[in-house]
Design a protein around this ligand. Structure first.
Ligand code: NAD
Length: 250
């Protein structure tokens, strides 16, 4: 049902973004991938999905602008690229704070402002932002991440209202813990910040709030993103969809 549509998925060389790109490509969308990684592996992915790739670093506005200009008209924008840093607030490295704000929040604004004119002109568009359970609730030592993800929620609601009459919807998907390199990468710092073993971090920190006691699979996020692109989802607008095993229900 996405034949003839063009989708740009940021941060789609890995994890959740890649699963979303796969789900959209499976429905016939022409996908532009974005993100870092091994060149040969990315070339293989492009071939497999019939996709193209931009290696733009989204923390750099000039690179975002160049990527969007090269991508041409986009019907579906998935703002998914994001990073984490775990640290007590008083020790939070300043460069990490700035980087998280640039990637997790400002890049969402820049990509959005650049696709909106084309979507408005066409009278159809989908903007899907990967937020997080941490766009609704907090946990300690993730001040930059939680601030930016709460910001993504507010930004999404705002553009949902601005674009509603133009056939364009904007929604967040808010996963709990999905087993991806982003999660694996934060385990050592969480061990340090909390004085815990790896096992304790997984069971007593990551899965403790996820009522299902299971990690979410990236494909589950891909399936929801594809649903939000359907015409049947035209009135799903400004929502923040939890896929967190019940974490934020508590
Ligand atoms: P990941 O680390 O597997 O993938 C991140 C992707 O972003 C990669 O493709 C990477 O190359 C790309 N990327 C990183 N820095 C970039 C930059 N400066 N410019 C462009 N691309 C860049 O992470 P993931 O777990 O798949 O996370 C994807 C999104 O989902 C993030 O926004 C994250 O905050 C969110 N999220 C993840 C989880 C989880 O449990 N994994 C939970 C909630 C929300």
């Amino acid at each position: 049902f996405l034949e003839g549509k063009r989708a740009l998925v940021t941060g789609s060389t890995s994890g959740i973004g890649l699963a979303i790109a796969r789900a959209l490509a499976a429905e016939g969308a022409k996908v532009v991938l974005n993100g870092f990684g091994d060149e040969a592996e990315i070339a293989k992915l492009c071939e497999e999905l019939g996709a193209t790739h931009s290696g733009a670093d989204l923390t750099d506005v000039a690179q975002v602008e160049a990527m969007m200009a090269e991508a041409g008209e986009i019907d579906i924008l998935v703002n998914n690229a994001g990073m984490q840093h775990v640290s007590p607030v008083e020790d939070f490295p300043l460069d990490k704070w700035d980087k998280l704000v640039a990637l997790n929040l400002s890049a969402v604004f820049h990509c959005t402002r650049l696709v909106v004119p084309g979507m408005k002109k066409k009278g159809w568009g989908r903007i899907i932002n990967t937020a997080s359970a941490h766009s609704k609730v907090a946990s300690p030592f993730k001040s930059a991440y939680n601030a930016t993800k709460h910001g993504v929620d507010g930004f999404t609601k705002t553009i949902a209202l601005e674009l509603a009459e133009f056939g364009v919807t904007a929604n967040c998907i808010s996963p709990g813990y999905v087993w991806t390199p982003l999660i694996e990468g934060q385990i050592p710092d969480t061990m340090k910040a909390r004085g815990m073993t790896r096992e304790q971090v997984i069971n007593d920190v990551l899965l403790v709030k996820q009522a299902t006691k299971k990690f979410v699979q990236p494909e589950e996020i891909g399936a929801l993103a594809a649903f939000l692109c359907r015409d049947e989802a035209q009135n799903v607008n400004g929502a923040n969809w939890s896929v967190d095993g019940g974490w934020t229900a508590e």
